[in-house]
Design a protein around this ligand. Sequence first.
Ligand SMILES: Cc1cc2nc3c(=O)[nH]c(=O)nc-3n(C[C@H](O)[C@H](O)[C@H](O)COP(=O)(O)OP(=O)(O)OC[C@H]3O[C@@H](n4cnc5c(N)ncnc54)[C@H](O)[C@@H]3O)c2cc1C
Length: 456
Amino acid sequence: MEKQSEYDLVIVGAGVSGAAQLYAAVKYSNIKRILLVEKESGAGLINSSATQNSQTLHEGDIETNYNLEKATAVKHKSGFTRQYLQRMKSHLLGDLYLPGPKMVLAVGEEEIDFLEERHTQFRALFPGLQKLDGSELSHIEPKLSEGRSEIEKIIALYNKDGITVNFGRLASELIADALEYSARQPERVVAVQYDTSVDEIVKTDSGWSVGLGTEVITTSYLSICAGSHSMYFAKKIGLKAVSKTSLLLVAGNFYYTPKYLNTKVYTVQNPKLPFSAVHGDPDILNPETKTRYGPTTRIVVTLERGRMKTFLEYLTTISPFFGSLGAYLRIMLDREFFFYAFKHNVLFLIPGWGNYLFVKEIRKIIPSLAYKDLERARGQGGVRPQIVRTTETNPLNLGEAKLAGEHISFNVTPSPGATTCVYNGLIDVQRITKDIGYSFDTNAVALDFGQVLDVL
Ligand SMILES: Cc1cc2nc3c(=O)[nH]c(=O)nc-3n(C[C@H](O)[C@H](O)[C@H](O)COP(=O)(O)OP(=O)(O)OC[C@H]3O[C@@H](n4cnc5c(N)ncnc54)[C@H](O)[C@@H]3O)c2cc1C
C-alpha cells in the first residue's frame, strides 16, 4: 500500500479507548482514511494491560459508590463490552475474559444496614443480585468466615454473572477485527502504526498536522486517546477547556496470595474515596493459582507508572502551577483524604510495615490471612489520571474526563475505566462523523450488539 500522509481521522493511543474508536470507525462509519498511532510496540500495553488494572467489568451492582441513576447508565454502557465479549469473542473465553461470580461484602451493622437497603433499591435493575447471609457465604467462600469473630456479622450482595476482562487483549482484538474488516474494503485506507510517538500537534486551516518524529501527517479530525498524555497535549495546544484544570495521578499497587477466593469480592466503598475500597479478584493471567488484591492508592508524579521521563510531561499538565498546588492543598486538607493518603503513600512504603498494614486491610475480606501469604505483585498497577479543577472548593473530580476543541478531542479518563470503552468508542465516532461530514450506522450497531445505541 502506498504510504499515506493525509487522513480523515487520526487516533493517538492504542489502549482500549483508541482501539475501540478504531473498531467503531471502521465497522460503523464510512470514514475513508483512518490511522491509529501508538508509541509502544503493541496495543494495550500501558494502563489497559491486565497487569495494570483490576480487570473488572463494572456494571453497577457491586460498586457501592454508584447511586441508582449512575448504576443504570453504567449497566447500559458496559453492556456493549459484555456483548462484544460474549457474542463476538466467545472462542476466547479464558484468555480474553473469564466469567465468574462477584459480590460486595458488608462487615458490621452499619454496612449491613446500608447493603440491605441497597438491595431493596437495586434488585429491579439487577434481578440476579442475591442477598446472602454469613452462613450462606461460608459455603460459597469459606475464607470469608474462617477466623472471623462470632460477633462480627457479614452479608453480601452476590451476582453469579460477573466478568473478569483482559483489557489489554481486548484492545488487540478490537484492532485485529478492524484491520480484518477493512482488508475487505480496498477503497478505504486503514492503518495502525506502532513504535511511533506523536510529538507535536498543530492546528491547520482544514484540521490538524501531527508530528511523528521525522514524518508529518495531516488529518481532518484528531482524536487523542493517550491517557494522561491526552491532558499533556491539551495543555500544549492551549485548549481553553483545560485552562483551570490539572491532574492528580493516582496509581495503585497489587498483591498476591495463593488462590483463596473463587469470587470477585469488593467491599463497601467510602463515597469520598471511591478508589479506596480493597478488593480480592481472580487474575486472568493466573486464574488457577492466585488471588490478587488491591489496588493501594499511590499519588505519583509521572504520567506513566515507573517512567521517570514522563515527569517533565507531568509538569506541563499542572499549569497554572500555583493554582494546582492550591488545589492539591485543598484536597489534602480533607482529614479523611489526608489520613488515607498518608497511610498509602508513607506508611505503606516502610519496608516490612507496608505489607503488614495491607494485610490488615485485606483481613476485612479474609480474616485468617497470614502475613507470610502476601507477596507484592511487582511491576503491577497503572495510573488513573483524575481531573483537578484548580478554582473549585472541592477540586477533585472523580468522573469521566473527555475534552473537545475544534475537530479534536481528548480522552483522559474513561469512567468507570476500561469497562465502557466499546460504548465510548461508538459514541465518540458517531460525534466525529457529524463533525467531518461522514455517516454512522446505528442500525448496524443495534444488530451486532442487540442493544440500541443512544443517537446524538
Ligand atoms: C490500579 C487500576 C485499576 C483499575 N481497574 C479497573 C477495572 O477493574 N475496570 C476498569 O474498567 N477499569 C479499571 N481501571 C481503569 C482502566 O485501566 C483505564 O481506564 C483504561 O485502561 C484506560 O484506557 P485508555 O485507552 O484510555 O488509556 P491507556 O490504556 O493508558 O492507553 C493510552 C495509550 O496511549 C499511548 N500514548 C501515550 N502518549 C502517546 C504518544 N505521544 N504517541 C503515541 N501513543 C501514545 C500509550 O502508549 C497507551 O498505549 C483501572 C486503572 C488502574 C490504574
